[in-house]
Design a protein around this ligand. Structure first.
Ligand SMILES: NC(=O)c1ccc[n+]([C@@H]2O[C@H](COP(=O)([O-])OP(=O)(O)OC[C@H]3O[C@@H](n4cnc5c(N)ncnc54)[C@H](OP(=O)(O)O)[C@@H]3O)[C@@H](O)[C@H]2O)c1
Length: 200
């Protein structure tokens, strides 16, 4: 399969690229780095990416920006970022990308467990995650050509917790998180949210 991975230079994206590398042609896309670059916040940039790469069998997004912080301190810019980047940026991958995929392909977006297991500080991220999960459930009813659309909901990733100076004991490694993306691409899920801890 030819698999386009957006966010391939990141913590989860690197692990997803690795787990799918065997037997597939992986196209790694970053924002500031990578074989190809895209800005999820720009529809024009997404169109240019698909035009440059041509038809693929699967698209995976392990990107999407949103701030973590107390609700009272979140300003309009924090909501705009989550809505324009993590939410609409990924939704635009389906709106723009679905027509560019080979028959029976798949598009897998990244939401997060905070949609259903929120914590103080997660409100804007939980908002975007919940909307992504709801969107793929509905879009799956209409996307044609056998294209499947799903989200993976990662839990807190060990490597991210380490980077943040937290105790990583309760986290899931990026390599284990990547298993849910492999399942989304190789299985038959459609309109589903794959909770990463369920696929370890
Ligand atoms: N890590 C966790 O614990 C965790 C838990 C739950 C959900 N998630 C979700 O999983 C996704 C990936 O998380 P991560 O920790 O792997 O992130 P990360 O390590 O920060 O990597 C982010 C990736 O997205 C790319 N990127 C940054 N800005 C972009 C933009 N405007 N347009 C397109 N790509 C952009 C980066 O490219 P460059 O490297 O070139 O900048 C990088 O490849 C996010 O949606 C996050 O909310 C993460």
């Amino acid at each position: 399969m030819k698999i386009l991975i957006i966010g391939a230079t990141g913590t989860i994206g690197t692990a997803v690229s690795n787990i799918l590398a065997d037997g597939n042609d992986i196209v790694r896309v970053g924002y500031s780095d990578g074989e190809f670059k895209v800005d999820l916040g720009s529809k024009k940039s997404i169109v240019s990416l698909f035009d440059a790469i041509g038809p693929v069998d699967a698209v995976i997004s392990t990107a999407g920006l949103a701030d973590f912080g107390p609700l009272a301190s979140l300003d309009d810019a924090a909501f705009d970022l989550a809505l324009s980047n993590k939410l609409m940026g990924q939704i635009n991958l389906i709106r723009i990308g679905a027509d560019k995929l080979n028959k029976n392909g798949s598009i897998t977006l990244t939401s997060g467990i905070l949609a259903r297991q929120p914590m103080p500080g997660s409100s804007v991220i939980s908002m975007a995650n919940g909307a992504l999960d709801a969107f793929v459930k509905a879009a799956a009813l209409e996307v044609s050509n056998g294209i499947r659309v799903n989200t993976v909901a990662p839990a807190f990733v060990k490597e991210t917790m380490e980077m943040m100076g937290m105790d990583p004991t309760t986290g899931l490694s990026a390599a284990d998180t990547a298993k849910a993306y492999k399942q989304a691409v190789e299985g038959d899920a459609n309109g589903m949210t794959l909770d990463a801890p369920d696929y370890v």
